[in-house]
Design a protein. Sequence first.
Length: 590
Amino acid sequence: MTTAVHSGGPYRRLGVFLVFVLREFPLARLAIASTLLILVLEYASLSIMIPLAAGTTTSGPSGGGQAVTRLWMSAVQAVGLTPALMTWVWLFLVFLGLRTLAGYLHLLLTTFLAKQVHRRLSEAVFARVLIHEPMASIYRRSIGFYISLAGDDTFRAGTLVNSVLQVLSGMVSAAAGLVLLYLFSPTVFAATLAFLVLSAAIIGLCVVRMLKLNADSVALSREAGTGFLEALNSLRSIRSMAAEHFVLSTYARQMRAYTLLLFQVESLRSSIRFVPGIIALVCGVAVLGPWNHSLAAASAGAIFATTTILIRVFVSLGALMTASSAFLIDARAAKDLGSLAAFGRPPGTDAAGNAAGPAAAKLTRIDVVRLSHHYTPDRKIIDELTFSFERGRCYAVVGPSGAGKSTLADVVLGMVEPTSGQLLVDGLPVEASALRRRTILVEQQPKIFSATLRDNLLLGLDRADSELLDALEKVSLADFVEALPKGLSTVLEYQGANLSGGQRQRLSIARALIRHPEVLILDEATSALDAETRDRVVARVRVEMKDAVLIFITHDGAISGAVDTVLELAPTLPDRSPGTSATFASAVAA
């Protein structure tokens, strides 16, 4: 089931997110129940202060306060206790202890729940990016965006659950304390209310500023993360151009600004916690000074009760304010996750994200009909291209850089949707994404993972080693692998650093062959091979793909001269008269 959380306003998105958590995580419902238990224990512990102030009689606070006093006196007498000062103090400590224990268990429960939500959402985001996120969106966004989304934002979403439950717990505790404070002393309640209004104004200013700084820090974190990864992936180029200090200074500048913003956010967060307490202490010093003779007439029990209720109210309000500020900051995570994370499984897919339904018949022909694609309206990469790829034939797509060769491959692969036009498979219209599981791309710079040779070939498939060695033989790599001390169990280093460029390309071609694709696209995938090895590999791949569609994207004249048909693309014209195609394409049968 997919929960659409990208529509509607922020409160709607947050509401959908919280409903998802309550539905999918039983611990969330238990946390709600524990919050209600905290309310009962908080009310019980504080309400004992009313009979404590009254002593052993039912006098004391009027109205509701007298009703509370009579209720507690009846309760203690029913269990055989004496309604004396020490009894009330003992009962207060008992219920306060139970309240503290319940609060501790509630905190552990909500923290564990937050981590479970973090884990679940991080996995969902990663699956979404790997399987369903449109390539056009990935091209537009930075690497740091997705790292932040799967890391920081899912963590914030987890803590958002914790914050919501902490806000709820703080609200019920503070509400219980304020109600009892009003029953105990309307005068003290009014003074407390005035203090809260003043504190709320100060806190509001802090929160507004903190939200702005936090948004800026998230943007800087993504920029720094992107720069760090780009530097790692481009380390050879950086060092060859002696650009280390430039890259380092850029990253250092970003990190200085980022950590400064974090300091400001934490300073404001601390102000929210401490400033109201400082104001309360100042007020307390002014009110409780020796010059206030009216306090001398009050009983010790009344002073103790008043002080205890106020302390509990302020503790609850402090926890509420802290949780509220965290909630306001973390709430933005629900917005970002709503645009990408699928809280469940996209409809029509299995657990691996593959399209559900019966397997399609083997294709015999792909027709590209008046297909256009552009990233901006004034710059078409492909303009009304019409061409056919037939099973059993080998093609070379040639042309200068910018002519749309790789873009055409992305469209056939289903990585991007064409701006206009259509793909026909055996004469029937089909979405580009429908070809995704039937087409394999081998890139010029193949991606090698820090895993064994076997795992790099399989990537989750279940194949016998003999089949892997057979595929390696077709790309003239079997002898090299078998000569390694650990053979297929050899662990490859980061980006295949313990392989040459040609070996990485041949390994990637073998990885494609064991999948028996119906369409195989080699995008400059033999550029690092010497002429003899290239000719041998190309000849064997052609034999292996004799009953499929084989497409070479190449600048190599030797390859384009060895295929059945050459599709030549030319770059779009910057200016053209109406009705003139911007892409010149010609098909030449070899």
